[in-house]
Write a protein that binds this ligand. Sequence first.
Ligand code: 1CP
Length: 354
Amino acid sequence: GQGPGQLPAERTAPGDSDLVRAARGLPVARTPVWFMRQAGRSLPEYRALRAGTAMLAACQDPDLVTEITLQPVRRHGVDAAILFSDIVLPLVVAGVDVEIKPGVGPVIAEPVRSVADVDALPPLEPDRLAFLETAVRQLVSELGPTPLIGFAGAPFTLATYLIEGGPSKEHARTKAFMYAEPAAWARLLEHLSVSAAVFLRAQVDAGASAVQLFDSWAGVLSAADYAERVLPYSRAVFDGLGDRDVPRTHFGVGTGELLALIGDAGADMVGVDWRVPLDEAARRVGPGYSLQGNLDPAVLLADRETIDREVRRIVQQGRAARGHVFNLGHGVLPDTDPGALTHVVELVHELTTR
Ligand code: 1CP
C-alpha cells in the first residue's frame, strides 16, 4: 500500500508529472529540472537544423518546432519540454513587421510611439494559429509522460520591444510612454494581454501541460509602478486561461523587490533569478507558491566543482519552498557546454530522489 507522502509506482500522464506536481506543491519522486532556452544555440544539433532558416520562419514550421523542442529532452533527459517559439510570435502572426536579427534579438520596423500606433496594432486572430496547434499535438504525442510547457511574453516585456523598436537596457522610452501616455499605455497592455491569452489558450487546448509567462524585463520597474501599471494586465493573461487546469509559472529577471507581486498576479509558481536565494525568495512570495530557479547561467561556464557546489546549495535552499522546479535564473548562454547541462540534470535527480 501507499503510505502518506508516497507516490504511485508509475505516473505516466504529463498532467501528473513531477513538473506539474512541484508547481502545485504536491509531493514528487524527485525535483524536476529543465532549462530556459534549453533548445537553442548551445546545441550543435540545433545549429545544424536551424541553418538556412530564419528564426521566425522556423517558429512557424510545425515539424521544425517539434524536432527542435525535442532535442534537449533527448539529449539532457530534462523533465519538461518548452515549445520552441518566441515571445514576439503573436505579434508576427498578427501581422506586425518584426524580425529577429541574429546576435541582436527582435527588431520592430515601426515602433509604437503614439496613441494612433497603439490603435493600429492588428489583433491576433486565433484561426491563424493552426501551425502552433499542429506542433503542440505532434509534440504531446512524441513526449509521452514528459510535459510540454506552453509560454507567452507578458504585456510589459512585449511593450518594451514594441516601444523601443528592439532590445534595450534602460527601457527609458518605454517608461516615458508609460508615464506620459497612461491611456495609450493601458490600451497597449490590454491589447498585448489579449493576444498573450489567445496564444496560451491555443497551446493549452492543443495539449500543453503547464504555462509560463515571461516578463523578463519587469525588474526595471519599482514595485509601485509594477503593481499599478503592469500587474493587472499580466493577471488578465492568467485569467484568460479560465478554468484550464494547468499550473502557471510567472518569471522575470531582477524581480527581487517584486516577487510577492509576481506571485499575486495569478501564478502557482514564481520564477526567481540568481540574485535572491530561494529560501529568501520563499519568504518573500509567501506559502502559497512554488519556486522555479535559480542557478546563474554563467556558473555553467565554470569548473565542475563550482557547478556542483552551486547546484547543491540551490537544491538545499529550494526545500524552503512548498515545491521547487530546478532551472537557471535566466536562459542558457549560447557558449554553454551541453555536457554541463546534462550533468546538472543528473546531479539534481541524484540529490533529490526519494
Ligand atoms: O537565431 C537564433 O537562434 C535566435 C535566438 C533565439 C532563440 C533560440 C531567440 C531570439 N529566441 C529564441 C527562442 C526562445 N525565445 C524560446 C525558446 C524556448 C526555450 O526556452 O528553449 C523562448 C522561451 C524565448 C522567449 C524570449 N524571447 C524571451 C523571454 C525569455 C528570456 O530569455 O528572457 C525574450 C526576452 C525573448 C526576446 C528575444 N528573442 C531572441 C533574443 C535574442 C531575445 C532577447 C533579446 C534582448 O536581449 O532583448
